[in-house]
Design a protein around this ligand. Structure first.
Ligand code: GMT
Length: 375
């Protein structure tokens, strides 16, 4: 098949899922065409069967900002014409679903459009009045819509009155890349042999990075520990200020955005994941794949990823004391930690390995093509 993928290329779960899916599809012999503003960061190296069509910024004095949506649609039409794509797969509804529909309309042939919803595209952005109508149209006009958790399926039905099928295609992870074996040398991160906590996100308010600092502060009062914060975003200054005021900043490494995260995750003892609303939680899955138990919140689709008491622990949102207690429980009990770590790894291999999910996407493409062309 020839597959066009529209996705966001900046740091974020939807772009990661789209890129990893594209890479796997390409490995399986499909021709994959990304049409993106900037090169997706997980597509840094050349891979056979992958094409990246970068959308140019068009500056003009009349435009306050370059109209990326329009140039992306234009580029998608060019790619449809030039490569005769079989399918368009839009990741993140806004604006890619609408963009794919518009491109195929201009192209003039019914190329099936699949939209994958990732969470904030419907909850935060699409549900907003300014985007509601175009998001709803994007879903209705798609030949298939997929979601990354059952929670998101429910939410999508409730918000958009969507009544057609909503296959749940979970996030997945490359278990060869995210594996305990790639752990960075621990002494570089914990020179005195301290316990090591990790957090990974885009530091947006819903990630509650201040809770991470608060939990770490409580842990740090009990045992020697260090915290690695991976990522960047609007709440970075607030997290740093809080760390200063609690007197723990010398034990925290704010690493910023990193391209290669598996070695850091794999070297850690516990991941903290206190989001207030999360459709799935790809970062938590990547930690589990590295054999790292996760202490998280029971929010959105997270309980579909983390089995409480088996591969990590779940608390209510904002329950800092309880998160700290459970983190300390894991850090102080080596055998419990090792047990959970081993269970986490085999659970991910069984339930979230990439190969299993890419086949489901392939089957979906095929069934949509069959419906469109009566094949
Ligand atoms: O906020 C983020 O984590 C980024 C966002 C995105 O779309 O890039 O992530 C969403 O999609 C991921 C991949 O499907 C999911 O694992 C995340 O849970 C989801 N984020 C939220 O729902 C907040």
């Amino acid at each position: 098949m020839k597959i066009g993928i529209l996705c966001h290329s900046t740091y974020g779960g939807s772009g990661v899922v789209a890129s990893e899916l594209g890479k796997l599809l390409a490995k399986r012999g499909h021709e994959v065409h990304f049409v993106t503003v900037g090169r997706p960061f997980r597509l840094a190296t050349y891979q056979h069967n992958i094409f990246v069509h970068e959308v140019a910024a068009f500056h003009h004095p009349l435009f306050e900002v370059p109209p990326y949506f329009l140039t992306q649609v234009n580029k998608t039409v060019e790619v449809l014409r030039c490569y005769q794509l079989d399918i368009l797969h839009a990741h993140y509804a806004v604006p890619h679903s609408l963009g794919a529909h518009l491109a195929r309309q201009i192209f003039g042939r019914h190329v099936p459009v699949i939209t994958t919803l990732h969470g904030t595209d419907t909850s935060l952005v699409g549900a907003h009045q300014e985007f509601y109508e175009i998001t709803r149209y994007g879903l209705e006009a798609s030949d298939a819509v997929t979601v990354v958790s059952s929670f998101l399926a429910e939410q999508t039905r409730g918000t958009f009155y969507y009544t057609k099928e909503l296959p749940v295609l979970y996030n997945f992870v490359d278990t060869d890349l995210f594996t305990p074996e790639v752990a960075a040398e621990r002494h570089l991160l914990t020179p005195k042999g301290e316990a090591l906590l990790v957090h990974l996100s885009n530091f947006r308010p819903l990630k509650r990075v201040q809770d991470v600092i608060q939990v770490f502060h409580r842990v740090r009062q009990q045992i020697p520990a260090r915290l690695v914060m991976i990522g960047d975003g609007p709440d970075m200054p607030a997290a740093q200020t809080l760390a200063q005021s609690l007197g723990v900043s010398k034990d925290i490494l704010f690493l910023g955005q990193q391209d290669t995260i598996a070695p850091i995750l794999a070297a850690s003892d516990v991941m903290l994941f206190p989001s207030c609303c999360e459709s799935f939680g790809l970062a938590a899955l990547e930690a589990l794949s590295c054999g790292v138990p996760v202490v998280a919140t029971r929010s959105g689709g997270v309980p579909e990823v983390i089995e409480h008491g088996r591969v990590g622990f779940l608390t209510r949102v904002g329950e800092i004391e309880e998160m700290a207690r459970l983190t300390l429980l894991l850090l102080n009990d080596r055998s419990l930690r090792q047990e959970m770590s081993a269970r986490a790894r085999s659970y991910v291999l069984r339930k979230f390995n990439a190969d299993q999910w890419v086949v489901k996407y392939e089957q979906l493409y095929q069934s949509v093509l069959n419906k469109s062309y009566g094949g």
